[in-house]
Design a protein around this ligand. Structure first.
Ligand SMILES: *Cc1c(COP(=O)(O)O)cnc(C)c1O
Length: 463
């Protein structure tokens, strides 16, 4: 029986069987490493990092069930049994009959953009994602952000900041015509907004709208299970539904979806495209041979597909997702004790520090989020990443910086990798950088690559 005054905590639904040592370095060592890396956390050597919160992409700990599956890899060039098992699980859990594996999410984005977009088309979406938008643009489309305004305000506590604003969508459709909309691109939770989910109610309305105007609706389902968890927690009528039920219900509204398996599925590499549209499937199945490999492996080994298939079974387990979301929440609550400005509500996969407010003495052109990420690394060896003006890139038409309203540092939690004590160390580091914030100077670009500049750009400290 629950005792009245005793809190009931959650704990990781696993115990640790294998460990990977990590090492603490000196501040002097980290200062040098940061300089060599051009103050870009993507260019640091992983060896120099103590707690790696760069991304949750492919950095997850697989279970013993997944590792055991790796030994069952059927490495046939064609028709591997792991492929059929994976296809079966995609049908069973996402409800999509057709499936093409890819080596990661962006390969599926590349294919779907090529298949559905004609030059001069528009793709409305609930905020952009870096690789998603780039592939849409490379295929000749213009991306238009139709997320609700609340998503651009880090202080707004709207429970579903990933929702699409139907008025914005309708305005675009009226302006350019429904036949110019290649598809509506919906993701959830929305990474760039701070890991914010969309509601089932909003999805249903978007679906009704697109159906009425004969517009296709596609799903970036990379983090779909996290979105399902938020629906269960926050939306009326979903408390008693299971994660697999909610996932299926979400997917039924879409013509198809793409997934980076490096997230929800808790593997180190993999992705796929799945659809109910046979024509799109046939085109993708043909195209994958050009870019990835035969349609029964798509750039993956048989063992990778086995780990993905088993990952699907684990990703829908309530305890698994709960632990993940609660870990992020714990980090947010601890940081809040030091009054650190952050995006609220706390997102699904990461804490987003509000660099604009933390380093409010820097202008956006002095790259506050890039600066903050590098200062946190220098302080403690905790690695996060920039999500602000550097990530947003340049407008392909004007060549100017795109200036997003949000200037954030993302601290992302790999699944099943770190414990609460690692989080405490991170929190203390952020708090000490925050205390010294006034003495921090900004950065400037010294090398800027053309595509996805945040990955390889180099910076120098301003004097
Ligand atoms: C990671 C990610 C992608 C791209 O997938 P990769 O596997 O990194 O190529 C696309 N969309 C979202 C929402 C993602 O998080």
């Amino acid at each position: 029986m629950a005792k009245k005054n005793i809190k009931k905590s959650w704990a990781e639904p696993f115990k640790i069987k294998v460990v990977e040592p990590i090492k603490v370095t000196t501040r002097e060592h980290r200062e040098k490493a940061a300089k060599v890396a051009g103050y870009n956390t993507f260019l640091l050597k992983s060896e120099d990092v103590y707690i790696d919160l760069l991304t949750d992409s492919g950095t997850n700990a697989m279970s013993d069930y997944q590792w055991a599956g790796m030994m069952l890899g059927d490495e046939a060039y064609a028709g591997s049994k792991n492929f059929y098992y994976l296809w079966n699980n995609v049908k069973k859990y996402y409800g999509m009959p057709y499936f093409v594996p890819t080596h990661q999410g962006r390969a599926a984005e590349h294919m779907i953009s090529k298949i559905l977009i004609k030059k001069g088309d528009y793709v409305p979406g609930n905020m952009y994602f870096t690789t998603t938008r780039l592939h849409q643009e490379l295929a000749g489309a213009t991306f238009v952000d139709v997320i609700i305004d609340e998503a651009h305000n880090p202080n707004d506590e709207h429970p579903f900041k990933g929702n699409i604003d139907l008025k914005k969508l309708d305005k675009l459709v009226k302006k350019v015509g429904a036949d110019k909309i290649a598809y509506v691109s919906m993701a959830g939770p929305v990474n760039m907004a701070g890991g914010q989910p969309f509601s089932m109610d909003n999805l249903e309305k978007v679906y009704e709208y697109t159906k009425k105007h004969k517009i296709k609706l596609w799903f970036d389902a990379t983090r779909a299970c996290e979105n399902a968890f938020f629906i269960k927690e926050r939306e009326k009528g979903y408390k008693d539904k299971t994660i697999p039920q909610i996932l299926k219900e979400m997917c039924k509204y879409f013509d198809g979806l793409w997934v980076s398996a490096k997230k929800d599925l808790m593997v180190n590499i993999g992705g796929f495209l799945a659809t109910r549209n046979k024509k799109v499937y046939e085109e993708a199945r043909n195209m994958v041979v050009v870019y990835e490999g035969l349609h029964t492996y798509g750039g993956l080994a048989g063992r990778d597909m086995e780990a993905m298939a088993r990952g699907i079974e684990e990703m829908v387990e309530y305890e698994n997702i709960r632990m993940r979301i609660k870990q992020v929440e714990y980090a947010g609550e601890q940081l809040a004790k030091y009054k650190i400005p952050m995006v609220k509500p706390f997102g699904g996969h990461a804490i987003f520090l509000d660099a604009k407010r933390i380093l409010n003495h820097l202008s956006q052109d002095e790259l506050p989020a890039q600066t903050l990420a590098s200062e946190i690394f220098i302080d403690s060896g905790v690695r996060g990443m920039e999500r602000g003006i550097v990530s947003a890139g340049r407008d392909p038409e004007t060549g100017d910086h795109r200036r997003p309203k949000l200037e954030l540092v993302r601290l992302t939690f790999p699944r099943r990798v770190y414990t609460q004590s690692h989080i405490d160390v991170m929190v203390e580091s952020v708090a000490s950088v925050y205390e010294d914030r006034k003495s921090i100077k900004g950065l400037k670009f010294v090398y800027e690559p053309k595509y996805l500049r945040f990955f390889q750009g180099r910076f120098e400290k301003l004097k």
